[in-house]
Design a protein around this ligand. Structure first.
Ligand code: ADP
Ligand code: MG
Length: 629
């Protein structure tokens, strides 16, 4: 029978160090969190050789009393937590009292600290957690902790370290998270003697993001704000066009603490549903403030994960913050937004735009509309305490119609003499041969023409808009199809269309008959790899039914384990894409009018794949290009 012994404190520290101190970046994280907790306004992080040779963190925080410096390095020694009840509402980043002990056990440490207002400071040195020296010292107010030769006494650990470059990169990311989570602190990062980052500490997230993430990141960002009950969400999200190929540009903070959260990630991505290609991820920088008691930070040794008392409420608050930002991003408006739209569309190099706003500011062009007494057209974004469950966001078109500027002349649209009949006639109404549409409401825009068989040109106010008619139409159709969920919305064909597809395609289609029926299809097995189409969703283009079915089958086939909702969307994408006005095809004037209306009112901004549908050129941009300004 093996005997049982209590571990020596040093052994326990070493084991704890394995959890808390994984690499130099973890040392940086723990030391800077202590600086934040100490009320620092300035924090400097210096490293040498990827942090393996040296990590030094200097702050101007409250300092440590000389009689407490040794205690700070004891395991479970903390100034942040006294009583059990306090654990339920932790307002500091640290509380476990393990970091200094853990770091000290695997390195050589020099601590210099002076309390605010104290005559002198103290210097303490330790090796592998054992005190070497302690003496009074002249040092600025605040604390400097230098950690040298990390893992020098645990060679096994040292072997796991990556090269300096990789470790430096991890440190940089820790510093970035610090800077973003505390814009009120000026953060400086020096690597091998070279300053890599210096944030102003002016309290503005924009400033910190600009310094830490660069101009590229700042491009195409929208402000997101929402307050629901006690949960406040603030920060920035990207336009769909500025999405990235991975999630490394998603930052979440809870009460100033950087965290990883599948829940928040899902809330954000849900809000972008149908505006992004699969494989594209929104960029975000979101801080969620909520009562300390509503979040448990004590679930993970490095506190990277948290638990929410009410996950649904947090999800909704974030979801609506993002939806609100995307809804407000009404592309075609006055100057500032137009630049961001252009940039998002890749049409302008932001470096060449003097004074281009870093972040999309409030859109002046629509602000008056938003505050319309009718409640504004953002009424689906719940204000405090309203609806909790995200529901489909339906554009409120009538409302916009009624508040369109009435004072400009309407110019009729030129178009083909013979309109293309509506694709979805009422059963008993033959397509009207009359090209005169119902008296058009007076519009505030003028149709200029169509260029390159693809782009509709429209003038409004002091701006010229180029609209990708296929992309815009595709979006409109997709939204229309989506807004009739779960009800058969098919149009019965006079006689079935027989499509020769291959056997496998036919098999996939018939296997998914339920889903397809739901969307308005009616398909029958016609044998020998043929399928009979008896009904199709409204609006579906019938010029190439076999091609459409093959494409749909392709999507269903790769659908595999995805949820039904995603597969439905995929099928609808195909239907919408096939039915949308093709580049080169002449368009029905009424169709075009609707399309322009929807684009200019901001209802249609991105095609279902996330490509922008319009580009605005303002007079001032054109004047500048022609040197008229
Ligand atoms: P925790 O942060 O969980 O309390 P640590 O081991 O990280 O545990 O730190 C132990 C204690 O040392 C802290 O509670 C704090 O009182 C003190 N301390 C550490 N770093 C600093 C600092 N930079 N400024 C002031 N006090 C500090
Ligand atoms: Mg700590």
């Amino acid at each position: 029978m093996p005997r049982i012994y209590e571990m020596s404190p040093h052994l326990a520290d070493l084991i704890a160090a394995g959890e808390v101190v994984e690499r130099p970046a973890s040392v940086v994280k723990e030391l800077t969190e202590n600086s934040v907790d100490a009320g620092a306004r300035f924090i400097t992080v210096e490293i040498a050789a990827g942090g393996m040779a040296l990590v030094r963190v200097t702050d101007d925080g409250c300092g440590i009393a000389p009689e407490d410096v040794e205690t700070a390095f004891l395991r479970h020694a903390t100034s942040k937590l006294r009583r059990e009840e306090e654990l339920a509402a932790i307002g500091t980043l640290g509380f476990r009292g393990e970091a200094l002990a853990a770091i000290a056990s695997v390195s050589k440490i020099e601590l210099r600290t002076r309390e605010r207002g104290a005559a002198e400071g103290v210097c303490l040195t330790l090796e592998a957690g054992v005190k070497r020296d302690k003496a009074p010292v002249g040092t600025p107010e605040g604390t400097t902790i230098a950690v040298r030769d990390l893992f020098y006494n645990t060679p096994a650990r040292q072997k796991f370290m990556k090269n300096d470059r990789a470790e430096s990169a991890a440190v940089a990311s820790a510093v970035t998270r610090l800077a973003l989570s505390h814009p009120e602190i000026s953060v400086r990062y020096v690597r091998d003697g070279k300053e890599e980052l210096h944030t102003p500490g002016d309290g503005r997230l924009q400033s910190a993001a600009y310094c830490a993430l660069g101009r590229d990141f700042a491009r195409g960002l929208l402000e997101a704000q929402n307050k629901m009950d006690a949960i406040a969400v603030s920060g920035y999200v990207s336009t769909p066009a500025a999405a990235r190929g991975n999630r490394s540009w998603q930052f979440f903070f809870i009460n100033g603490r950087f965290i990883k959260s599948k829940l928040l990630q899902a809330a954000v991505e849900q809000a972008y549903k149908n505006s992004l290609f699969t494989g594209r991820f929104p960029v975000c920088l979101l801080n969620v403030e909520l009562p300390l008691g509503a979040v448990d930070v004590n679930v993970h040794p490095t506190k990277l994960e948290v638990r929410f008392a009410d996950e649904r409420a947090v999800f909704d608050a974030v979801y609506w913050a993002v939806r609100g930002a995307l809804e407000r991003e009404d592309g075609p408006t006055e100057l500032p937004i137009s630049q961001s739209t252009l940039r998002a569309a890749g049409a302008l190099d932001p470096k060449k735009l003097p004074g281009a706003p870093l972040f999309a500011p409030e859109k002046p062009g629509f602000s008056s509309v938003k505050s319309a007494p009718s409640g504004g057209f953002f009424r689906h974004v719940p204000v405090q305490g309203q609806s909790k469950a995200p529901r489909p966001v339906l554009p409120d078109f009538e409302l916009r119609e009624s508040i369109r500027m009435p004072d400009q002349s309407s110019i009729p649209l030129p178009g083909p003499a013979r309109p293309i009949p509506s694709k979805a006639p009422e059963p008993d109404t033959a397509p009207a041969p009359d090209p005169e549409p119902a008296p058009a409401p007076r519009r505030d825009w003028r149709y200029v023409g169509e260029a390159l068989n693809t782009y509709v040109l429209v003038e409004r106010g002091e701006s010229l808009f180029l609209i990708d008619k296929h992309a815009a139409h595709e979006r409109m159709l997709f939204d229309k199809l989506k807004s009739r969920p779960h009800e058969p919305a098919g149009q019965l064909l006079l006689s079935p269309v027989i499509c020769d597809v291959d056997g496998e395609t036919a098999g996939v289609l018939l296997e998914n008959a339920n889903l397809l029926t739901d969307l308005g299809f009616e398909l029958d097995d016609f044998g020998d790899g043929s399928v009979a189409i008896r009904a199709v969703p409204l609006d579906m283009d019938l010029s190439d039914p076999a091609g459409t079915l093959e494409e749909i089958a392709g999507k269903l086939r790769t659908g595999g384990k995805r949820d039904v909702e995603a597969m439905r969307d995929d099928v609808l994408h195909t239907v919408a894409c096939k039915a949308a006005i093709k580049a080169g095809k002449r368009s029905d004037p009424q169709e075009l009018t609707d399309l322009v209306d929807k684009v200019l009112s901001g209802q249609v901004r991105y095609c279902p794949h996330g490509r922008p549908v319009s580009l605005e050129l303002t007079r001032s941009q054109l004047d500048r290009s022609f040197k008229r300004a």
